[in-house]
Design a protein around this ligand. Sequence first.
Ligand SMILES: Cc1cc2nc3c(=O)[nH]c(=O)nc-3n(C[C@H](O)[C@H](O)[C@H](O)COP(=O)(O)OP(=O)(O)OC[C@H]3O[C@@H](n4cnc5c(N)ncnc54)[C@H](O)[C@@H]3O)c2cc1C
Length: 428
Amino acid sequence: MKQFDTIVIGGGPAGLMAAIQASSRGERVLVVEKNASLGEKLLLSGRGRCNFTNGEEDIQAFLSRYGENGRFLHSAFSRFGPAQTLDFFHRHGVETVMERGKRVFPVPVGSGTGSQRVLDVLLRLCKKGDVRVFRSTAVKALKVRRLPGEGLARVERLITEREELEAGRYIIATGGRSYPKTGSTGDGYRFAQAAGHTIVPTYPALVPIKTRETWVKLAHGCNLRNVNLTALAGDKKLEGHFGEMEFTNFGVSGPIAMEMSSRVPDWMEAAKKAGLPEGSVQLSLDLKPALPREKLRARVAQDFQTSGSRPFSGALRKLVPGPLVPLILELSDVPHDKPVAYVSSEEIDELARILKDIRLTVNGLWSFNNAVVTRGGVCLKEVDPGTMRSRLCDNLYFAGEVLDLNGPSGGFNLQVCWSTGCVAGLGG
Ligand SMILES: Cc1cc2nc3c(=O)[nH]c(=O)nc-3n(C[C@H](O)[C@H](O)[C@H](O)COP(=O)(O)OP(=O)(O)OC[C@H]3O[C@@H](n4cnc5c(N)ncnc54)[C@H](O)[C@@H]3O)c2cc1C
């Protein structure tokens, strides 16, 4: 007799939710986790505060945040969506608070972080459901047998460094490739491929964008609020975002840049297909989106007139945050010590242009090491959306980031884990 009904590979949020739900059906469940502890990435989420879902109540609006693939989540959300997630954590003693952008966080208690609170609930429920956990145990492979005639396969057993394990069904919840130091090293893709699945190419997402211009490092760490960042391919506007961003040593980061990063591979691909020369995908940063260029120009001219002998660099401090001044000086041809009274009309024109349109050439993305999530993964067409069961391998299920699902920041990625984890755990 098999020792377990269900083996869950990976003890992150998706795997633990799946284990809890499977055990609630009376199944004998084992979680196999390669780290010494469970939920390492979950503990880092939201900088330890764990933005575990989003308070958006309109389900269609919620699903639209995952792009086209959001449709796949419809069925899982109708069984265990954001409202059920909130209810689940409330029922288990986690009070919550909703913040900017409807981000939902647990209220921390005592010295424990919000993330720890969420993890504690999951661990407590696993214990209550008699879920066995093998820690420090990496799954090496799945032994898959092709079933005659039906084009289907079946997982026969799972191979770890120490032993072979058997169960009625297997749930792959190994996460993606992002933040590999937390254990998500893309192993699940290999297991899925062994069972016949297609892996949609993976890219880092919610990650800083690299630019060709090296002068960005002059403003390294400078946090900008209320700016507009627009992506362009040649003359064509691709998309624009208003909000906060940050310069880094190699490009741009911060909420709006990270949000846009998920589409960078598409932009690069489309530009290539359109025959645009290299370097055509650019970002245009507008530091003064509330002011049309002419109005801004007039304001700068007036400001400079009243500032008299003040050096150009000093006058710039009134226009932009201090840490950005060296970068503006680099981009404009005006000497930093030139008294503003002597700054010419053409130089003011040029300054207004710079403030409205700092151009950056997109040069790629930073690596998976710094990506919050993975774009791509197990192809959704090969998974039943109502149960997360493989359409190719009859006792195999998927949950969490290993699937080709990713959303923006705001609690959308952990919601994928709760919904797909719950549905996969309940089986069907
Ligand atoms: C810094 C950071 C902050 C984040 N903040 C938020 C946030 O506030 N809100 C939000 O919605 N999302 C956030 N995310 C994203 C979110 O944490 C992930 O989407 C989520 O953790 C994915 O859960 P998962 O269970 O699918 O995979 P993971 O959390 O990656 O867990 C997978 C587990 O599987 C184990 N594993 C992998 N391979 C094997 C193997 N071969 N054998 C055994 N075990 C294996 C891993 O060790 C790991 O423990 C954040 C991500 C990062 C990196």
